[in-house]
Write a new protein. Structure first.
Ligand code: ATP
Ligand code: MG
Ligand code: MG
Ligand code: MG
Length: 481
């Protein structure tokens, strides 16, 4: 079953169950405090928090998501993309736990001929809150899940809230047992959700309580909400990889064609065994990041030095570098982007009409980065050589800063490149140098504004540096290594 069909089946099912079908919102959330849309519930927050009245009692969507916190997982786990699609059904004061569990079960285990996904009920495991007697009851008595397959977790482990006073509640998360070839069987009542065998596919969030002030997971529950809500998130790619019988989400029909093109370009063979394991990770990273860049630019993000633009820049740069590490030195985006576009346009048709613009933005960024790499890599090699000759094997913070400041090498690139050659980077030293630069910029701005040098700032700078180095303006910093 193609990923685009998993997507449409999800919506068709909930449409039949009297849900309003709401199109995906942009990846760029309208809430400026949120960098990207990270979950299906983001566009519905006002209805869940209760600041606005929902226009419908039930809704469903398949939401485009970006999660930057998963960037280091990409290609290494079977299940994390920086871009992915989340199916969600929502109830605003309508059905609650029993309704949500019934719907999820019916869709996941319903026969393919009748619009379901045909998963085997016996392979389902569910994590719930230890005090959620209602879910336990519905799951065991009504649905018939083996109590051994129900894992009870603490509030710290399985509660959701926005982090603010407002709604909070437990989740029930569905995990699918991929089978003994992926690891040992869990003992009854326990599960390793980070392992390969039990794949988390669907999270049902029960917004049940009102929470008070508190930090992190430490907050009081003040009572039950007047209007309870259901918010769920199903990983479309995760389901697709199960249904397609693939080993991970990067091998599905919407992602693998880019890996395939990248193997042709680089001459590397994907899945070639242990020796090529790092290359396999790189190929997956390329495919993931190309797709995320495509979708982000499609939603209007442009490369830049901060916020959303920086995330995009980093994704493009990592894809380009991964291709270089795989041995391909020519511009790769003109080769890879159209492949990603062709598969993604099956669901997102505007990518087709918008492609000339998208491609221009991404290819221009690649060209600029290739120029940066050409000059910066030579400098990095010198710096790394110097660091290697010391016993500590540490790239000095000042050097990392110079690479950043003079050669446009972002710190994460320096970190990555250092790691590849077995070096560490003095990150504290780098941060100190950055802070000093910020202070200098501020001092310059203050001097401009007032027409004279703001000595207070210079003084604090000197104090911060322990007065060991006189403030010279750092013009000598830019000298070549
Ligand atoms: P995990 O524990 O695997 O990182 P999660 O608990 O962070 O997942 P949720 O926040 O519960 O994920 O999101 C709901 C669903 O979205 C998950 O059950 C999963 O199916 C899917 N999902 C979450 N993160 C990703 C991702 N990075 N790539 C693909 N699918 C994802
Ligand atoms: Mg996660
Ligand atoms: Mg999880
Ligand atoms: Mg989860």
């Amino acid at each position: 079953m193609r990923t685009s069909e998993v997507h449409s089946r999800f919506l068709d099912f909930f449409e039949k169950k009297a849900h309003e079908i709401v199109p995906s919102a942009s990846l760029v959330s309208s809430d400026p405090s949120i960098l990207f849309t990270v979950a299906g519930m983001v566009p519905f927050i006002p209805y869940i928090v209760g600041t606005e009245r929902a226009p419908w009692p039930r809704a469903a969507s398949v939401q485009k998501c970006i999660r930057t916190n998963d960037i280091d997982n990409v290609g290494r786990t079977t299940r994390h993309g920086t871009f992915f699609q989340m199916g969600g059904n929502f109830s605003f004061g309508d059905y609650f736990k029993e309704g949500a569990i019934d719907l999820a079960w019916e869709l996941m285990t319903g026969s393919v001929d009748e619009g379901g996904f045909g998963l085997e009920g016996d392979r389902m495991w569910v994590t719930i809150w230890e005090q959620d007697a209602e879910s336990y009851d519905v799951l065991t008595r009504k649905i018939g899940i083996d109590p051994q397959h129900i894992v009870k977790l603490t509030r710290e482990e399985i509660f959701w809230s926005t982090g603010q006073p407002g709604p909070a509640g437990p989740c029930a998360e569905w995990h699918y047992d991929r089978g003994p070839e992926f690891g040992p069987e869990a003992a009854g009542g326990t599960i390793d959700p980070g392992g390969d065998r039990y794949l988390e596919i669907w999270n049902l969030v029960f917004d049940e309580f009102l929470r008070g002030e508190g930090s992190g997971k430490d907050y009081p529950l003040l009572g039950e909400l007047e209007q309870k809500a259901i918010d769920t998130g199903l990983g479309i790619e995760r389901l697709a990889y199960l249904l397609q019988g693939k080993a991970n989400m990067y091998e599905t029909d919407q992602v693998f064609p880019v890996i395939d093109r990248a193997q042709q370009l680089t001459g590397k063979r994907y899945g070639g065994g242990d020796a090529g394991a790092e290359d396999d990770v790189r190929l997956r990273v390329v495919a993931d990041h190309v797709r995320s860049a495509l979708m982000l630019v499609g939603d209007g993000v442009r490369p830049g030095n901060e916020g959303r633009g920086y995330v995009l820049r980093r994704l493009i740069r990592r894809a380009v570098r991964s291709m270089r590490l795989l041995g391909y030195d020519k511009p790769s985006m003109p080769e890879l982007l159209p492949v990603s576009k062709d598969v993604m346009a099956q669901t997102y048709s505007s990518l087709e009409t918008d492609f000339a613009r998208i491609s221009d933005v991404i290819c221009t960024e690649e060209d600029a980065f290739r120029r940066t790499l050409e000059t910066g890599t030579a400098i990095f090699d010198q710096v790394a050589g110097a660091a290697k000759s010391t016993s500590a094997g540490v790239v000095a913070g000042e050097d990392a800063f110079r690479l950043h400041d003079t050669y446009g090498f972002p710190i994460d690139l320096t970190l990555e490149m250092a790691q590849e050659v077995g070096l560490r980077v003095d990150e504290d030293g780098f941060r100190t140098a950055m802070a000093e630069q910020r202070d200098r910029a501020r001092a310059d701005a203050a001097a401009k504004k007032t027409g004279h040098t703001d000595t207070a700032l210079y003084n604090s700078l000197l104090t911060a540096r322990g007065q060991s180095v006189p403030f010279l303006g750092y013009t000598d910093d830019t000298a070549a290594v």
